[in-house]
Design a protein around this ligand. Structure first.
Ligand code: ARG
Length: 260
């Protein structure tokens, strides 16, 4: 009997502590998830993950990431707001507390991890090269004496600079592809699924892969450092959407669709 009482009080203590923690958590949380709204930001220049369209899943926004953000909202009973920014401004806005989370096909890197926290990754990608159909470029090393275009601030820029090759950086992937199509550069280095979209939309260009030069990358959602309450919610939703196949279905759907 004595033992039973002891066990019961331990159980009660655990339950009480847990409910206190929950109460504190929601009372102290600043903005965002507690108020029933999650403010996301993206840079909608990255099909099939995010692009502007007339009738998207989130207003004018559509793509794999936008559909994931919408599902996260449904899963948490939260309203989703999506803001558009330059890619380079996304993490700064997060650090300034202007937004709650960044969903932008963003690769987890050690450098970014110093500034923000990342969720469980939801997509694996790699850098690839886009070249003219008749190009002799077959490996990353073949870019050495060629004119290379990258997007400023993307991991593709980091890869090329680590290879030690000179390059020109543009604001958008579409600008790089126009340079290539117009013969002003020889190769564009960018993420695989986005490259596949550009190649599908423009005649005369193809993808060249070099898995020994480009490591695989993982995309995740970023939150402000230490925002564990939101991080936990996002992780719970992402893990569920990965486990039930929703994310892979969305990835296939948007990779095949010819939006943008
Ligand atoms: N994965 C690359 C990176 O993290 C490119 C992401 C570009 N995303 C975008 N929404 N514009 O740097």
């Amino acid at each position: 009997m004595k033992k039973f009482t002891k066990v019961l009080s331990v159980v009660l203590a655990v339950v009480l502590t847990a409910s206190m923690l929950v109460a504190c958590g929601s009372a102290n949380e600043a903005g965002g998830a507690a108020s029933g709204t999650i403010v996301f930001a993206t840079n909608p220049e990255f099909p099939p993950f995010e692009y502007i369209t007339t009738n998207g899943v989130l207003g004018e926004y559509d793509g794999i990431d936008m559909a994931i953000a919408k599902k996260i909202g449904e899963d948490n009973g939260a309203e989703i707001k999506m803001e558009s920014m330059e890619f380079d401004s996304l993490l700064v806005a997060l650090q300034n507390g202007q937004i709650d989370a960044v969903i932008a096909g963003m690769t987890v890197t050690d450098e970014r991890k110093e500034a923000v926290d990342f969720t469980t990754p939801y997509y694996t990608a790699t850098q690839v090269m886009i070249v003219k159909e008749d190009s002799a470029i077959a490996t990353a090393a073949d870019m050495a004496d060629k004119k290379i275009a990258v997007v400023q601030g993307y991991t593709g820029e980091t890869c090329v600079s680590e290879l030690g090759y000179p390059y020109e950086a543009f604001k958008k992937g579409t600008e790089c592809v126009m340079e290539l199509v117009n013969g002003k550069c020889d190769v564009v280095v960018i993420d695989s699924a986005t490259a596949a979209k550009y190649v599908a939309d423009n005649a005369g260009i193809k993808i060249v892969e070099d898995n020994s030069a480009f490591a695989s990358e993982e995309y995740a959602i970023a939150v402000a450092k230490g925002n564990t309450e939101l991080l936990n919610k996002l992780n719970a939703s992402i893990e569920k959407l990965l486990a039930d196949g929703t994310i892979s279905t969305l990835a296939v759907q948007y990779s095949e669709a010819d939006a943008e």
